[in-house]
Design a protein. Structure first.
Ligand code: OSB
Ligand code: MG
Length: 395
């Protein structure tokens, strides 16, 4: 259990949020499977995604009519995690949502207690928990950042740059984003696209905080570790397989550059184990991967206690998911730039209006609106839906 010894010095966000009392009575739920056209392809060590993006959106409605929206930013193929569009759909509509309808819960944490005996389904869990939080926030008329113990009204953001065909193309993209104010450059790397690309960016933009994300693409013996270690990177994110904690620890011991846990930070206990083993010195916290906001806060509290820098990662969310990520990133332990690029960089239209964008000072404002951070446009969700489910017709 996270320590509650001195909440005056270290805010224990998880306990505070889990103890929040506000009655939530889910009267109906709707689930939308979306297919959104993407404005650019996203290539990483996992391969290429592009064309259209699958995405699942959940709408929960309280008995008093208050709506809350959540998002499951699932990928086309289960490469980053095991959840798929179909597994998430089936978990939402068959397993997790039906038992909630018509019940009364004393707070968001009591909603998630309902699934205490179920393993996995992290993207589905997170989508519903987020919807419940949006309802709680709207009913209390208090923005999420305040419910969760946020300490800042703006978040420093960086951009995650996909693998390009040529270094020139990458340099043009990086230059454009730096002009817009992004304060940290994270380059996706994979065998064949690593040291030369990173060096090109380092030489063209010498002072910029630079990191790389290998998405599990290397082994202990196969990576260009000494070369990467000499480039002054802020971090090397997930160089080895997510469960290769022993090898990650060996690699960390051989490098000066901090390793960052992404795929390895798959649960609270696994993150704790990884940190204890020295498998990394920075944690990327992502609510969908961790299966919810409360678990993300528990990991945040762990990082604060152990003085491990953390930041909020992304999974190409629309403004629905980013609204929650921004509120989360306002917590005190999120001390490094978060992956929070606006939806315009991936989608021709966001699902929220107004959406957010980066400001010239390199920050994105933390939403101050109660409920969903950004107003969801139901017509846009409906227009992009290729499949729908409602608790009304399945009850
Ligand atoms: O590894 O951080 C990752 C996107 C999808 C899945 C995994 C990752 C990413 C990104 C994009 O790097 C970050 C973003 O949402 O802006
Ligand atoms: Mg990553």
């Amino acid at each position: 259990m996270p320590s509650t010894a001195d909440p005056g010095v270290i805010p224990v966000s998880h306990e505070r949020a889990a103890g929040l009392e506000v009655t939530i009575r889910p009267a109906r739920a709707e689930v939308f499977m979306l297919s959104l056209p993407m404005v650019r392809t996203f290539r990483s060590a996992y391969g290429q995604s592009g064309g259209r993006k699958r995405l699942i959106v959940v709408r929960l409605e309280d008995q008093d009519g208050t709506p809350g929206w959540g998002e499951a930013p699932i990928a086309e193929r289960p490469r980053y995690c095991t959840d798929t569009a179909e597994s998430t759909w089936s978990a939402l509509t068959g397993l997790l949502l039906p038992p909630l309808i018509g019940q009364s819960f004393a707070g968001p944490a009591r909603v998630t207690d309902t699934w205490a005996d179920i393993m996995g389904q992290n993207y589905a869990r997170n989508a519903i928990e987020c919807a419940a939080w949006a309802i709680a926030s709207a009913k209390l008329d208090v923005p999420l950042t305040r419910l969760w113990g946020g300490v800042r009204d703006a978040v420093d953001v960086g951009e995650s740059f996909p693998i390009c065909d040529t270094p020139e193309e990458l340099l043009a993209e990086v230059g454009a984003r730096l002009e817009e104010g992004f304060g940290r450059v994270k380059l996706k790397i994979a065998p064949g696209w690593d040291v030369a690309a990173v060096r090109a960016v380092r030489e063209s933009f010498p002072g910029v905080p630079l990191s790389v994300d290998a998405n599990c693409g290397y082994s202990l013996d196969s990576g260009p570790w000494p070369e990467l270690d000499d480039l002054g990177l802020v971090m090397i994110e997930q160089p080895l397989a997510g469960d290769a904690l022993i090898e990650m620890s060996q690699l960390q011991q051989a490098l000066r550059t901090p390793l960052c846990l992404d795929e390895s930070a798959s649960s609270y206990n696994t993150t704790r184990t990884a940190l204890r083993l020295g498998a990394g010195r920075i944690v990327n916290i992502k609510p969908p991967r961790l299966g919810g906001v409360l678990t993300s806060m528990a990991v945040h509290d762990l990082c604060l206690r152990e003085q491990v820098p953390a930041w909020c990662g992304g999974t190409l969310e629309t403004g629905i998911g980013r609204g929650f990520n921004l509120a989360l990133a306002s917590l005190p332990g999120f001390t490094l730039h978060s992956d929070m690029s606006p939806a315009r960089l991936f989608y021709d239209q966001d699902l929220v209006e107004p959406t957010f964008d980066i400001r010239p000072d390199g920050t994105v404002a933390v939403p101050t609106q109660p409920g969903n951070g950004f107003p969801v446009v139901p017509e846009r969700v409906a227009a992009a839906a290729i499949r729908r489910w409602s608790s009304d017709t399945r009850a």
